[in-house]
Structures are given as structure tokens and as C-alpha cells.
Design a protein around this ligand. Structure first.
Ligand code: G3P
Ligand code: CA
Length: 259
């Protein structure tokens, strides 16, 4: 993640496991992150939301309904927002059974638990901050958690991304040594201004062209594109010289890279 901006090829493209190896294990769980490592990812991506008592948990949606058994465990807590339940309540939920009975008992990890579980892996981390508007001050809380886990910073194994670019500008002001990723597809005209605080532009793959990737590189940033599970599309993105591919199937990309 810390490499300077430069066109990538199949040997150097970063293999980023989206919510872990989420095609094969329940997304945003420790099991999914560990599987990403076994499937030869370089980076695992996770999403951070905040509980009622301001604890950081790893969860994509702002509600618990899709990826836990919250509706069964707490039938009177509709609409099951993450921000309406405490960490102690969320710890009781099963975050694996919805995906497969093989993963029953898997828990919603805290950010702290995810950092700790993956500390000794060979993976870097792409940390997505969700809900900057929903959770005022979430940037400060993520920074505090990262400061409690300094090896991710000192080993330069970390980048932080968001769809909310203002939130990322703020994050850069709080922690300027962490590479910043902006999700979305800024215009070519916006790129030089964004390069003042961002290191990565992370667009959906359907918006990309080789020319656009080159413009990002010219502005001194790198491109990590999402979410690609098909090897032909991966190949096209590599031909566009993207620097990273975000995928639910890191094994498919690993096979392509090693072919
Ligand atoms: O890393 C890119 C991707 O995670 C952004 O979209 O909705 O899966 O968080 P989403
Ligand atoms: Ca994400």
C-alpha cells in the first residue's frame, strides 16, 4: 500500500480481498480475513460502523439485519441499526449462520479484534470508514484505535478509504502518515486538488478507462478498483494498469497473477 504511484502489471497489482474472502466466508468476519490470507490476497478490506456506546465494529451495513441474526435475537429492536445496540448486545449475535451453517458462531468483530487477529498475518489492511455523517467523530475514534495498534502504522500496512471525501480530508488532518483512498470516480479536473491529501482513487470498475488510470497516475495517485470477481474483467483492469483490484475472490486474482 505504501508503494509510490506507478503503472502496475499482473506481477505487482495488489490483490485486495473485499470484506475478506467474502465469496467463500461470511463477509467482515475474522474467518473471512483469515481465509483471504490463505487464498493469497495481499490486502484485506473491512468496513467500520459504530455502536450505541461508540465502539467500532466491523460491519458493512448500517443495520444488523442482513449479516446477523439480530431480528431473531432482538425482535423488538427494529430497524436493528448498529448505532442503536451496544457492543455487549452485538457481541451476542451470530454473524456466520446467514452465510453457511459451517460458520455458525462467528461473531461481529470489533475493529480492535480484527487488527489483533490479523496482526501477524502477511496482509495489509484497507479500512473503510462508513457513516461519517451517521457517526460524528468516527474519524477520531478510528485514529485512537490505530494508535493503540501501532504496528499497522509502523509497518506501513494500512490505508483508509471512504465514499465521504470530506471525512477523508479530516482523517488526513488527524493522521497524515496513513495513505488515504477516495471511493468513487472524481473528474480528471478534480484529481490535482484531491492529490493534496489522497493517495488512492478507488472507482467502480465500470467507470474506468486506461486514459483515466493514466490521469490518476499523472496526478501522483494510484488506482484500486472494485468489485471484480471475473478473471476477464480482472485482466482488462490489469491492462489498464490499475494498481489494485478489490475482489470477493482473491484466489481467482492470485491464479491470474501467477499464470
Ligand atoms: O473497497 C471498495 C468497496 O468496499 C466499496 O463498496 O459498498 O462494498 O463498501 P462497499
Ligand atoms: Ca467496503
Amino acid at each position: 500500500l505504501a508503494a509510490p504511484a506507478a503503472p502496475a502489471d499482473a506481477e505487482t497489482v495488489a490483490n485486495v480481498a473485499h470484506r475478506g474472502a467474502s465469496a467463500y466466508a461470511p463477509e467482515n468476519t475474522i474467518a473471512s480475513f483469515r481465509l483471504a490470507s490463505r487464498l493469497d490476497a495481499d490486502v484485506f478490506e473491512l468496513d467500520v460502523q459504530e455502536t450505541k456506546d461508540h465502539q467500532l465494529v466491523v460491519m458493512h451495513d448500517s443495520t444488523l439485519s442482513r449479516t446477523t441474526d439480530a431480528e431473531r435475537v432482538y425482535p423488538d429492536r427494529s430497524p436493528w441499526n448498529v448505532r442503536d445496540l451496544t457492543l455487549a448486545e452485538i457481541r451476542k449475535l451470530d454473524a456466520g449462520s446467514w452465510f453457511s451453517s459451517r460458520y455458525s458462531g462467528e461473531r461481529v468483530p470489533t475493529l480492535s479484534e480484527a487488527l489483533n487477529a490479523m496482526k501477524d498475518s502477511n496482509l495489509s489492511l484497507m479500512l473503510e470508514v462508513k457513516g461519517a455523517k451517521l457517526y460524528p467523530g468516527i474519524e477520531e475514534r478510528v485514529v485512537a484505535e490505530l494508535r493503540r495498534n501501532p504496528s499497522w502504522l509502523s509497518e506501513r500496512r494500512l490505508a483508509v478509504q471512504s465514499f465521504n471525501w470530506d471525512s477523508m480530508r479530516k482523517f488526513h488532518g488527524l493522521m497524515s502518515d496513513v495513505p488515504i483512498g477516495l471511493l468513487g470516480t472524481p473528474t480528471a479536473e478534480q484529481l490535482p486538488g484531491l492529490a493534496e491529501y489522497a493517495d488512492l482513487i478507488n472507482p467502480p470498475h465500470k467507470t474506468l478507462t486506461a486514459e483515466y488510470v493514466e490521469r490518476v497516475h499523472q496526478a501522483g495517485m494510484r488506482v484500486h478498483t472494485y468489485t471484480i470477481n471475473n478473471s476477464q474483467v480482472m485482466r482488462r483492469m490489469i491492462d489498464f494498469h490499475v494498481d489494485g483490484i478489490i475482489t470477493n475472490k482473491p484466489d481467482v486474482l492470485a491464479d491470474l497473477i501467477s499464470a
